[in-house]
Design a protein around this ligand. Structure first.
Ligand SMILES: Cc1ncc(COP(=O)(O)O)c(C=O)c1O
Length: 383
């Protein structure tokens, strides 16, 4: 006869095994949740052609994916010194020390702080069209305002007018270069000259989210002016050519006096980033093969879309970014957006009062082909 003791031990062990089996089977696999939802949750909705976020569909790179996998295993711990590694890589590339660089959760966080810090002292001066989300938001909670200058019919920024408009109550001049939504890039030496002059009167912010997509990223950046000691801030992001938009890593560069002012207005810095994002950014930063592949695919997409736009009797601004600003002529961009959306193709609607301009982001070639195929029908439908 088996002893009571051995029986209970067996029963206990069996019970333990059952309990651990339960513990090992994730709740999401057992219950109400459809297993497919977890596979599709993190990607654009299946069947939807997403051309509205200026993302890089070719990212993350293989190197970044491997780094994300490794770093994620340690996500139980807060971010550690990996942020320092990324800052030192950025500093080294630009010949600055790390106290000129602050990481943030996407460049959005840094841009928001910059806007809040500036509006405390005066108004923000900007062109009519630029990536205005952060300046808009901050101006809604500030006494000081965002002042916009008109651009010409081709949405070109008039730097002379901008210089002449820097009055004593302007604390920040905000320029996006290449610009969003236009995709236009300012002449390099004109912008440098403007920055050198204007920064004597106000801080100048250049949002360089799309710098890597320009023909000569090293000469089109304003970062060297920071090194000269000018009153200039540059923001950059890993959301665009690096294909890491979902991992929220960006950064600002400026002299330490400016940085300490900006840091008073909300949390930015290593601690507000995330391990997987930092790891991916480190792995991607010097991955020239991936970066040039992304750039050439984006350029190929732009050529296809430009050609289709012309074929359909429309025009567009030349773009140095990963999107194109299309002139719909007499047609309405909101109707265009709706008609594309009916066909599961998502593009942006109207920007400010420019009712006949529509922005399309460079998605994968197949997705762009769907946009191109839909163009004649959509134009016909809204004409
Ligand atoms: C010019 C520009 N700056 C900044 C951002 C914000 O990007 P993120 O917060 O992902 O760095 C965007 C987003 O599209 C942008 O177009």
């Amino acid at each position: 006869m088996k002893s009571k003791k051995s029986f209970s031990r067996r029963a206990f062990l069996a019970g333990t095994a059952a309990t651990s089996a339960l513990a090992l089977s994730p709740k999401s696999l057992k219950s109400d949740e459809n297993i497919f939802s977890s596979r599709t949750r993190y990607r654009p909705t299946l069947g939807i052609v997403k051309l509205n976020g200026n993302e890089n569909p070719y990212g993350p790179s293989q190197k970044a994916l491997a780094a994300i996998n490794e770093a994620s295993k340690h996500s139980g711990y807060y971010v550690n010194s990996s942020g320092e590694k990324l800052r030192s890589m950025i500093a080294e590339r630009h010949g600055l020390s790390t106290d000129y660089i602050v990481l943030s959760s996407g460049s959005t966080a840094a841009l928001t702080n910059i806007a809040l810090a500036s509006l405390k002292k005066g108004h923000i001066l900007a062109p009519d069209l630029f990536w205005d989300s952060t300046a808009n938001l901050a101006s809604e909670v500030s006494q000081n305002k965002l002042k916009r200058l008109p651009s010409n019919i081709m949405h070109e920024i008039d730097l002379k007018n901008m210089r002449d408009s820097i009055t004593k109550d302007i604390s920040l001049v905000h320029i996006t270069n290449p610009n969003n939504p236009t995709g236009s890039v300012l002449n390099n030496s004109d912008l440098k000259e403007f920055c050198r002059e204007a920064s004597n009167y106000s801080t100048v912010l250049i949002d360089e989210a799309y710098n890597d997509l320009t023909d000569k990223p090293n000469s089109s950046t304003m970062i060297p002016l920071i090194k000269e000691g000018k009153n200039i801030i540059v923001t950059r992001t890993f959301s665009k050519i690096h294909g890491l938009a979902g991992l929220r890593i960006g950064y600002m560069l400026a002299k330490p006096e400016i940085i300490s002012e900006v840091m008073k207005f909300g949390f930015i810095g290593n601690w507000t980033t995330n391990k997987a994002g930092v790891a991916a950014a480190i792995a991607s930063y010097n991955d020239e093969i991936f970066l040039s592949h992304s750039k050439s695919m984006i350029n190929e997409g732009k050529e296809m879309v430009m050609e289709a736009i012309k074929k359909n009797g429309l025009s567009a601004l030349p773009s140095k970014a990963n999107f194109i600003f299309v002139n719909l002529d007499s047609l309405n961009a909101e109707q265009f957006r709706k008609s594309m959306a009916k066909r599961n193709i998502i593009v942006s609607g109207i920007f400010r009062n420019h009712k006949n301009w529509s922005r399309v982001s460079m998605g994968k070639i197949d997705d762009l082909q769907k946009y191109i195929n839909a163009l004649p029908e959509v134009l016909e439908e809204i004409s």
